[in-house]
Ligand binder design. Sequence first.
Ligand SMILES: [Cu+2]
Length: 159
Amino acid sequence: MKTTLTLTALAVSLLSAPAWAAGLADQVEVVSPYVRVAPPGAKATGAFMTLKNLGDNEVKLVKAGSTVANVTELHNHINDNGVMRMRQVPEIVVPAKGETLLKPGSYHVMLIDMKAPMKEGDQVAITLGFADGSSKVVTAVAKMPMAQAMPMDQGTMKH
Ligand SMILES: [Cu+2]
């Protein structure tokens, strides 16, 4: 009897989870999320996507998480006297009825200390956490960057 009650309580909490997570996350549409496949040996890479805010109020993305990396941070690139540097940022703002692009050279979700090598086509779940505590999980597809997609062994092939 006690077990049944515990299971029922668990079932209720699982069922009510989506309602609890509602909030700012519900007014954000995430378009084409992808992760850049890291070069061999590299243990960090970036995740990119477009965040569309369908609501009348500003939305702030304040954190991100992923099961594939031990550390996940929000980053931006800044031009520091002509040198592009990555910097951790506390939040990424999506204006009301507007959109913010997470793209190479700009805002991105940084996956640091990845647990396993990634290959093209892998699906990576990324949790986006918003300022009101609501969250959303998106599935990003691993993609090769253009330069890396070119055959690396061309120079060593002898015809
Ligand atoms: Cu970064």
